[in-house]
Every structure is written in structure tokens, then in C-alpha cells.
Design a binder for this molecule. Structure first.
Ligand code: GDD
Ligand code: MN
Length: 376
């Protein structure tokens, strides 16, 4: 209801489009209906960012504007020629926006416009408001495969990016942010693929996030642009946002193995018994790995007193044990039940053990310093 329009002030809705000619017409008329029925307040700015769609979505948007010229809506259509990408289109839209609150949504009606005002209203109590398909929300129609991929992608993001951990749908493309949040980071935003929200959650400054459950609708017209390229973009994007942490972790682990072997060799030359030299090599290489993770892999989270460092070092040792166990159990299982070659089984075991070690280090050893309030 528009009684709260004073608080809401001017809002911008950014809608990226690619081949959505049919949908954009319906969406714009629905938004107009919402304003007419006062379920969305006046003073809305709509920014459509189209990447020169072959079906002329940009033209369709302008036509609709002409037909229903309405002083309550300020409509900007950006036609990007020679540029392509959902997230970069949104960033370009943000650069043009004037609103105090900025809403981002898809054009294909999978994000129902009826929720816009609820999402904006949440910005009264939080800096970012995310429409979620999961915590109380729903998905009208999705294949099992797409659901699994979405869940795995969410899990990867939650492991690598602590800012996403308390959120049920950090992959959402339907959300709102306060302008002040964007001012803190707009120049730094350099996303790839579809997940602009991840970029904002990691790079911008904010104190609180809230969620609004919604039903992700079935697409009626046109088709999804999500494909292999976007999945790869997602992985690269998340790795980049994590400052390539898993790669650093792997490099340290590989170096640690060499250190382990070198120490063992040295001790054997010094005639130290293998039972002792092996144990010493394992412990010294674990300490070596810990030191490098402190200085490099997790440099951004490694500050603190000597006591805190010692506690972390102890926890890191604890994180190594389940990894070794995983490696052993996976290797044996693959060898016994799938008759895999011992070397291949061992290698897969190493990879699984690495994932366990990395996850425990992320979640349990080097905890992030930044705390974000989650408002339910
Ligand atoms: N400008 C521009 N450029 N827009 C694009 C591009 C592009 O290269 N690719 C896609 N879009 C637009 C589409 O026209 C649509 O309005 C919106 O971005 C979402 O694209 P879809 O192809 O419909 O994606 P989806 O439905 O599979 O996934 C979407 O919804 C998810 C759930 O909210 C995306 O927004 C995901 O990021 C989101 O998680
Ligand atoms: Mn869609």
C-alpha cells in the first residue's frame, strides 16, 4: 500500500532482457496495474537493459512506453550493442539508476511483480532484501536436474563465500539493495555470468540482509538462457570472489607433500628410524601447511593473539584427520566395490579428502571476521 511511500521514496527497478519481447510487454503492463491499484507506489523508475536482442525487445519496451505513457513511471531503455551478459547488464543499469532503493528482477515473469513492494518494504529494516525460493518460498516447475544443480551451486557458494552462508537463496536474481550499499562498491563490481547478487554480497558494504519468500513461476514465453557457459562462468566467478582460495589451498598442500618427503629423506640420511622420521615429517609438513595458510591462503582471516593462533593450529590438525580418513575410506570403497585401479582409487580419495580438509578449514579453522546481521 502506498501509505508508506514517504519511506520508500524513489525506487528503481532494473530488468535485464535478452529475447523477451513478449514477456516485457506483459511485465510492464503488470507493473502499471500495480501502480494504478496503489500496490506499488508512484515515482518508480524502470530501467530495461537489453543486449540488442534479435527479437527487438528494446523496441517492444519503447512501444509499450509510448502506448501507456504514464508520468508515474520513468522508463529508461538501454540497448547495449556488442556487449552481452546478464550481470554486466545489471551493473550498467545500476550506473544509470537514481532510486533510493534498487530492485533487480528478471523480465520473463518468473519473478512475480506482486512481490516488488514487499521486497522494497524490507529495506526499511535491512540493507539488502532477497526474494527466496527456498526458506518458505517455492518453485512452480523445475526439472529434477535443474533443482540438483541449483542446490550444488548454492552449496559451493556457501563453502567458498562466507557472506552467503546464512542465506537460503544467494543465487536469487530477484532482490533489492539500498543505494548506499551500491555507492560503496559500484566501481568495483566486475561480475561474470548470472549471479550479480554474489558480487554484491561479497564486495559491497552493508550490515543486514533479509529475505522474502516467493514462488518462482514457470516460464510461459521464450526460453531460459542458462546453459553450460553460465555454469562455467558461475564457477570462475565464485573462485574469483574467493580470491582463488581453493587453488592457494591446493598449492600449499602440494608444496607440503614435497616438504614432507624432503624432511623424511633428510632424517633417513641421518639414520633416524622410519617410524619416527615418518611421523616427524608428517607433523612438520602439517605445521608448514598451517603457517602458509596463515600467511597466504587465509591471510585476510588470520589476525589475532598468539593464543588464537595456537588454537587455530590445533584445529587445523583436527581438520587433517577426517580428511585422511575420507581419503582412505573412499579409496578402499572404490577399489573394493567398483574394482577401480588402486592408483585411480587413491587419487579420487585424495581429491575427496582435500575437499573435506578445505571445507573444515573454511568453516571451522579460519572463520571470517565480518558479521552480517540476518533479519528474518
Ligand atoms: N541484458 C541481458 N543480457 N539480459 C539477459 C542475458 C544477457 O546476456 N541473459 C539473460 N538475460 C535476462 C533474461 O532475458 C531474463 O530477463 C533474465 O535475464 C533471466 O534469464 P533466464 O534465462 O530467464 O534465466 P533463468 O530463469 O534460467 O535464471 C534466472 O532466475 C534465477 C532464479 O531467480 C536468473 O536470474 C538466475 O540468476 C536466478 O538465480
Ligand atoms: Mn527465467
Amino acid at each position: 500500500m502506498c501509505s508508506i511511500s514517504d519511506d520508500i521514496r524513489y525506487a528503481t527497478i532494473i530488468i535485464p532482457t535478452y529475447n523477451e519481447a513478449k514477456n516485457i510487454r506483459i511485465l510492464l503492463s503488470k507493473i502499471k496495474e500495480l501502480i494504478d491499484s496503489r500496490r506499488l507506489c508512484k515515482g518508480i523508475e524502470l530501467i530495461i537493459v537489453d543486449d540488442d536482442s534479435p527479437d527487438k525487445t528494446w523496441f517492444e519496451a519503447l512501444q509499450t512506453l509510448k502506448e501507456s505513457l504514464n508520468s508515474d513511471i520513468r522508463l529508461i531503455v538501454i540497448r547495449r550493442i556488442g556487449l552481452k551478459g546478464l550481470s554486466t547488464a545489471i551493473v550498467d543499469g545500476m550506473k544509470f539508476s537514481k532510486g533510493e532503493n534498487i530492485v533487480v528482477m528478471d523480465a520473463d515473469l518468473q519473478h512475480p511483480p506482486e512481490y516488488i513492494s514487499d521486497i522494497i518494504a524490507k529495506l526499511k529494516f535491512s540493507d539488502i532484501a532477497i526474494a527466496t525460493r527456498y526458506r518458505g518460498g517455492q518453485i512452480e516447475e523445475w526439472s529434477f536436474i535443474r533443482l540438483i544443480i541449483s542446490k550444488i551451486a548454492t552449496l559451493i557458494a556457501k563453502i567458498l563465500l562466507p557472506e552467503t552462508r546464512r542465506l537460503s537463496d544467494p543465487m536469487s536474481g530477484f532482490f533489492a539493495v539500498k543505494r548506499s550499499v551500491l555507492t560503496s562498491c559500484l566501481d568495483k563490481l566486475n561480475p561474470r555470468g548470472f549471479k550479480i547478487l554474489l558480487e554484491i554480497l561479497v564486495k559491497c558494504r552493508y550490515n543486514s540482509v533479509s529475505e522474502v519468500p516467493y514462488t518462482f513461476r514457470k516460464r510461459i514465453h521464450g526460453k531460459s538462457k542458462l546453459g553450460i557457459k553460465q555454469y562455467i562462468d558461475f564457477l570462475v566467478h565464485v573462485l574469483k570472489l574467493s580470491s582463488w582460495r581453493p587453488f592457494k589451498f591446493t598449492a600449499v598442500g602440494a608444496l607440503g607433500t614435497l616438504v614432507n618427503l624432503a624432511i623424511l629423506k633428510l632424517l633417513l640420511i641421518l639414520n633416524v628410524d622410519f617410524r619416527i622420521s615418518s611421523a616427524l615429517a608428517i607433523e612438520l609438513s602439517t605445521l608448514h601447511n598451517f603457517a602458509l595458510h596463515e600467511k597466504w591462503t587465509f591471510a585476510d582471516r588470520s589476525k589475532g593473539s598468539v593464543i588464537e593462533r595456537i588454537v587455530r593450529c590445533f584445529k587445523f590438525h583436527l581438520a587433517v584427520l577426517p580428511a585422511l580418513l575420507t581419503q582412505y575410506v573412499v579409496a578402499q570403497t572404490l577399489n573394493i566395490f567398483l574394482a577401480l585401479e588402486p592408483l585411480i582409487a587413491q587419487f579420487i580419495g585424495i581429491v575427496m579428502g582435500f575437499i573435506v580438509n578445505y571445507t573444515l578449514s573454511e568453516l571451522g579453522v579460519w572463520k571470517p571476521r565480518k558479521t552480517i546481521e540476518f533479519i528474518s
